[in-house]
Design a protein around this ligand. Structure first.
Ligand code: ATP
Ligand code: MG
Ligand code: MG
Ligand code: MG
Length: 564
């Protein structure tokens, strides 16, 4: 590609409304443009990266034996009514009517649609197992679209749905997908962790997320040194399935007064209802005294009551964590931003205090022995240590480190939740009707592009791994319009690289070297070749890898470039 023919719009200015580095760089490098809240156009250079990510995903999904389909993004309401999710989905699902006043949704996910197609064509165990995938546009009316394509409203997902005669076969395919995802993330060149996850409104039993580690990640992950435990803290309060449940009352015993042991008992003691989604938190206060907080409501701190705390005479109702902070004079942080928040109250004086109990997300499921340092809003690995309660052996789980992560993929064993609701049925080898088991597997394609940038950039711009770079090589001729030698050399090299199938970008705009280099760095091309009269006089090109500090001279041959 010749840059003179390729629309590239770069800028030095950091856009004011972009909070995270990937969003800033994608705007500055002309990868994306905003159309509306959570709506983005992918410009030509950005789209090249997206297509390369998609190609890797396709290759690995095909290799794993999944088969590609393409389902509509507009769904008739009836399907969602059948599964019961027309009611459950809430405002995240965009709904509208057609000219005949029929209800529709713009699909946020496709379990209902794939089930509908399955029941049209599948009758026998001989047709199973099968795993369908698609790479397709979703719309979720996110409460807070932000960070550009990272949390958009319209975005591209690779979603897959598998069907099985029994649980064992579902477990086998789940493992197959788990390995496939690990291969995909490895090929994308990202540092990632696989963690236990909360299955959200998709439902089902076993579920894991693939997180790209990044300081800007919205999720907090608890990962043990030994590797035996890794969970999104949304799910962390529920012990990993293989760990025996701890004896009831064990956790709260340490801090609650005798007799106020279980969540129910503490709730009663505090005169706070413990119904449905009530969550309890018990921590030591700034002065070492006991603070007990009850959290109610689905996601937020709707109401906080404090009792028996010397700072507070009577139970209080707060609207915001800032108020807790003000009254207690301590820091309030959240472990777990969405479904099951585990608020943590820390203060500087408390840094030395060990063995906190926090986050009773479920009755008797606490994280115990939490120590933390000064900044609990952005927990640092060194500051935080956590031991999961119920650890059967002292070293089994070991120390838990916290990481911030970007959820790039999510795999689920759904069981029969959807297949039963949608009346799927196949005959087994004895002619008996069986409701198939289902798995589903998602990857945020557009989000991944941003996540890679979060992990791979420097002050000058993006740094793409070869596998998904928009172009692998950029040629920067110096004085191409003045020097016939340079022109011939660069045109020859360009033609030979194109013939060799290399994704090469020729900067033939006639710009100064400084401008060419700044753009090449900003858009993140991994390999840069500079061709100038000085080098050519020695039969040399200047070569620089995007990560290298200094350029080096290489022989002025196409073969030498191809070696890089
Ligand atoms: P999140 O917790 O970030 O809201 P999710 O759990 O709702 O994600 P899933 O239903 O698991 O998302 O969808 C599969 C994948 O789709 C996610 O792992 C993520 O990579 C991607 N994804 C989900 N929501 C968005 C969004 N608003 N913008 C971009 N990608 C998204
Ligand atoms: Mg979501
Ligand atoms: Mg999630
Ligand atoms: Mg998810």
């Amino acid at each position: 590609m010749r840059l003179s023919r390729f629309p590239l719009h770069t800028t030095k200015e950091t856009p004011a409304d972009a909070e995270v580095v990937s969003h800033q760089l994608m705007l500055r490098a002309g990868y994306i443009r905003k159309l509306g809240a959570g709506l983005y156009t992918w410009l030509p250079i950005g789209l090249r990266v997206l297509h390369k990510i998609e190609a890797i995903i396709r290759e690995e999904m095909n290799r794993a034996g999944a088969v590609e389909v393409l389902m509509p993004s507009v769904h008739p309401a009836e399907l969602w009514q059948e599964s019961g999710r027309w009611q459950q989905m809430g405002e995240e699902m965009l709904r509208f009517k057609d000219r005949h006043q029929n209800d529709f949704a713009y699909g946020p996910t496709h379990e209902e649609v794939i089930c509908h197609h399955f029941r049209q064509d599948f009758r026998s165990y001989r047709q199973l197992p099968v795993n369908f995938y698609q790479i397709q546009t979703k719309f979720r009316d996110e409460r807070r679209p932000r960070f550009g394509v990272m949390r958009a409203r319209e975005f591209i997902m690779k979603d897959a749905y598998s069907f099985h005669m029994d649980r064992e076969d579902l477990a086998r395919e789940y493992e197959n997908m788990r390995q496939t995802y690990a291969r995909i993330f490895t090929r994308l060149g990202v540092d990632f962790r696989i963690v236990q996850a909360d299955s959200g409104n998709i439902g089902g039993s076993q579920s894991e997320e693939f997180h790209i580690l990044a300081g800007s990640g919205e999720d907090l992950l608890a990962v043990s040194d030994s590797g035996s435990y890794a969970a999104n803290v949304e799910a962390a309060a529920c012990l990993p399935p293989q760990t025996p449940r701890p004896a009831p009352t064990q956790a709260l015993e340490k801090v609650a007064t005798p007799g106020q042991r279980t969540c129910e008992q503490v709730a009663k003691f505090l005169n706070v209802p413990l119904t449905g989604k009530v969550k309890l938190l018990v921590v030591k206060g700034a002065d070492g005294g006991l603070v007990a907080l009850a959290l109610r409501g689905d996601h937020q701190l709707n109401e906080i009551k404090a009792a028996k705390h010397p700072l507070v005479a009577s139970p209080l109702t707060f609207a915001a964590p800032e108020e807790v902070q003000r009254v207690f004079g301590c820091e309030v942080g959240y472990l777990g931003p969405v479904r099951c928040p585990i608020p943590v109250i820390a203060d500087h004086a408390a840094a030395a205090i060990a063995d906190f109990v926090c986050g009773a997300n479920e009755n008797d499921h606490h994280l115990r022995g939490v120590n933390w340092g000064r900044d609990c809003r952005e927990p640092q690995v060194a500051d935080l240590r956590m031991i999961v309660e119920g650890d059967p052996s002292p070293d089994g789980v070991g120390r838990i480190k916290f990481y911030r992560g970007i959820e790039g993929g999510h795999i689920f064993q759904l069981g029969r939740k959807y297949s039963a609701a949608m009346h799927l049925s196949v005959l087994d080898d004895k002619g008996q009707a069986v409701v198939p088991e289902m798995g589903c597997y998602g990857i945020g394609v557009t989000r991944l592009a941003a996540a890679v940038i979060e992990q791979s950039h420097d002050a000058a711009g993006m740094i793409w791994p070869d596998a998904i770079a928009p172009f692998r090589v950029i040629l920067c001729p110096i004085g191409m319009d003045k020097s016939e030698t340079v022109r011939v050399a660069v045109e020859t090299l360009y033609a030979e690289l194109v013939a060799a199938g290399v994704d090469v970008l020729l900067d033939d705009r006639g710009q100064r070297p400084g401008v060419m280099f700044a753009d090449a760095d900003l858009i993140g091309i991994p390999h840069r070749i500079v061709i100038g009269d000085k080098g050519l006089a020695q039969q040399q090109y200047e070569y620089k890898h995007r990560r290298a500090g200094k350029p080096e001279m290489i022989p002025a041959t196409t073969a030498a470039v191809l070696e890089k």
